[in-house]
Design a protein around this ligand. Structure first.
Ligand code: 13P
Ligand code: SF4
Length: 303
């Protein structure tokens, strides 16, 4: 039987393409991805791709980062509605104004930002290395954009620096409430609670640990516990069940990112068939945005 999956696999081979997928993708998209990971892992992987085409199943800033890091490749975002609302919360002009007021403070940008914002950035970070990167900077004052909650999480570990936080947030993660976790914990008292650092400080206080999405997977696999409450996008649970068979995972119903869920198998097929929708960035922008991304990769992971 010729299924959509078969068609995608055939097209992928014919076009010499690779499919990179974020851990939040729909389960059927996870299944046809060649590599799954968090924003850090996907950025590293993008630098190593040798195929002509990268089909990026994630949100816009992730596909942009792949293009910036491997500009000779054609990078396709299968659905243009797959955008990160948090990344849209910081613009270049207000960032430039903040830089002008704080000329001694380097800009650390969460990778959830546009290429234009990255071009105004000293070093990028992801949730897998934000603490490590901020700690490594010699400066006393740091501008951190755009996620306030990730910034507050970093501050827990970096007491000797002033961090100027941007008022951005992730609509999905602020939807996760302590009450949701408490209710799940009451049902599963032995479960270990893992959340993402984009969650609110109260949620992080309640959790056992906060990790990037890949960190949650690694620590669920290695933990001696058998049950886990997961405070991040529930699509992650598909991969968790595969990587840690025999363990049980309980998700927070409200934790869905509609933008990450935009990409369907039909979109992936059409992207390959029509070579759409290409990430197009000027060479000048790529050259500037690449510097903070390469510094971020060089820093490595903390989780
Ligand atoms: P990770 O880098 O941890 O996968 O997170 C990306 C993201 O968008 C979380 O909302
Ligand atoms: Fe952006 Fe939040 Fe969705 Fe991640 S979960 S892609 S930060 S909106």
């Amino acid at each position: 039987m010729n299924t959509l999956q078969d068609e995608i696999l055939r097209l992928k081979k014919d076009k010499n393409a690779v499919i990179l997928g974020h851990n939040y993708q729909r389960k059927e998209v996870q299944e046809i991805s060649d590599f799954l990971g968090d924003s850090y892992g996907l950025s590293v992987k993008a630098t190593k791709v040798e195929s002509d085409i990268i089909v990026f199943c994630g949100v816009d800033f992730m596909a942009e980062s792949a293009k910036i890091l491997n500009p000779g490749k054609t990078v396709l975002l299968p659905n243009v509605k797959s955008v990160c609302p948090m990344a849209a919360m910081v613009d270049v002009d207000p960032l430039k104004a903040l830089k002008a007021k704080n000329p001694d403070a380097p800009v650390v940008s969460y990778v959830n930002t546009s290429a234009a914002v990255k071009a105004e950035t000293d070093i990028c970070c992801t949730s897998a290395n934000a603490v490590k990167i901020v700690k490594s900077l010699p400066n006393e004052k740091i501008i951190f954009v755009p996620d306030t909650n990730l910034g507050l999480y970093v501050k827990r570990f970096v007491k000797d620096k002033e961090m100027i936080l941007w008022p951005g947030y992730c609509p999905t993660h602020v939807n996760i409430k302590v009450e949701d976790l408490k209710a799940l914990k009451a049902e599963h008292p032995n479960a270990e609670v893992f959340v993402h650092p984009e969650c609110t400080p109260e949620v992080i206080d309640f959790a056992d640990f906060a990790y990037s999405t890949e960190g949650i997977i690694r620590h669920s696999v290695s933990s001696p516990k058998r049950e886990f409450i997961i405070g991040t996008e529930t699509n992650m649970i598909h991969r968790l069940r595969k990587e840690a068979p025999g363990k049980e995972f309980f998700g927070v119903e409200a934790a869905t990112c509609p933008n990450m869920r935009e990409i369907s198998l039909e979109d992936v097929r059409d992207a390959l068939l029509k070579t759409q929708h290409k990430i197009e960035l000027s060479n000048e922008l790529i050259a500037r945005a690449r510097i903070p991304l390469e510094r971020m990769i060089e820093a490595g992971r903390q989780d």
